[in-house]
Design a protein around this ligand. Structure first.
Ligand SMILES: Nc1ncnc2c1ncn2[C@@H]1O[C@H](COP(=O)(O)OP(=O)(O)OP(=O)(O)O)[C@@H](O)[C@H]1O
Length: 240
């Protein structure tokens, strides 16, 4: 399958400590690929390397056929960081319109992005007065407004209620069906089942790169949380 993201032997040190230990993986085009792992396992660091803002020790990351961070990828890659990156003193709509202009888009696209994240009724509210979950969705609207080919989302569903979470995952799959590639991190294992493919990471090492069905089959359990634990035990057994 054609990969939108190709990571080879990626090594990253942060704060004098190795946090990614030679990761090799791919993100196929037009899929929702989940990046799952415990807190501190290296998910954000890997995403930062994909969007080209992380200094890497060695290895290579190619994105849409170009080295990660290339100037011409700027409008082709959308990135949602964990901390909402929107202006508190602008309304949701004003934020979306501002980011739309930066991406060469117009008002219609901005309003659509706001609707798509379920914020139509709060469109004219100042971001500074939103709840945490709403603010995070406002930030998501701004990451999606340019309709990038690759969307990298760091824990986009944290703080959302179950109905909104389901809506957002449906939205991600609709985008993938239109050819967008999505790399979505989560440390909630029940979200793993919603992904087309899974990258399971632990302590900076890849534990699995497969479909949820293949992960279940390989570990002999339908429960992806239990499957993850079994993969970790197997990996630790091999390391001994
Ligand atoms: N700026 C930094 N300086 C030093 N170490 C860092 C820095 N940022 C992250 N780290 C360390 O790198 C490791 C991986 O962090 P990372 O943020 O990639 O994990 P994560 O899987 O995204 O975690 P979470 O799910 O909690 O967001 C952690 O041990 C973390 O303490």
């Amino acid at each position: 399958m054609d990969d939108a993201v190709s990571v080879r032997e990626l090594v990253v040190d942060r704060g004098g400590r190795r946090v990614l230990h030679g990761i090799t993986c791919g993100v196929p085009r037009g899929t929702v690929t989940g990046l799952l792992g415990p807190s501190g396992s290296g998910k954000t660091t890997l995403m930062r390397a994909v969007v080209g803002v992380q200094t890497v020790g060695s290895g290579a990351v190619d994105v849409l056929g170009r080295p990660a961070g290339s100037a011409d990828l700027r409008r082709r890659v959308g990135y949602l960081t964990q901390a909402p990156s929107v202006y508190a003193d602008l309304t949701v709509r004003e934020n979306a319109r501002y980011f739309a202009v930066l991406q060469g888009r117009g008002r219609a696209e901005a309003d659509r992005a706001v609707n798509d994240v379920g914020l139509a009724s709060a469109a004219d509210q100042l971001v500074g007065t939103l709840s945490g979950g709403q603010r995070s969705r406002a930030s998501l609207a701004c990451a999606l407004v340019g309709e990038p080919e690759l969307v990298v989302l760091d824990e986009p569903t944290v703080g959302q209620d179950p109905v909104l979470r389901a809506d957002l995952w449906a939205r991600f799959h609709a985008m993938a069906a239109n050819g967008t590639t999505l790399l979505v991190s989560s440390h909630v294992m029940d979200e793993a089942a919603r992904c087309d493919r899974l990258l399971l990471i632990r302590e900076g090492r890849l534990v699995a790169d497969d479909t949820p069905a293949a992960v279940r089959a390989a570990t002999g359990t339908d429960d992806l949380e239990e499957a993850f634990l079994r993969l970790i035990r197997d990996a630790e057994g091999e390391a001994r």
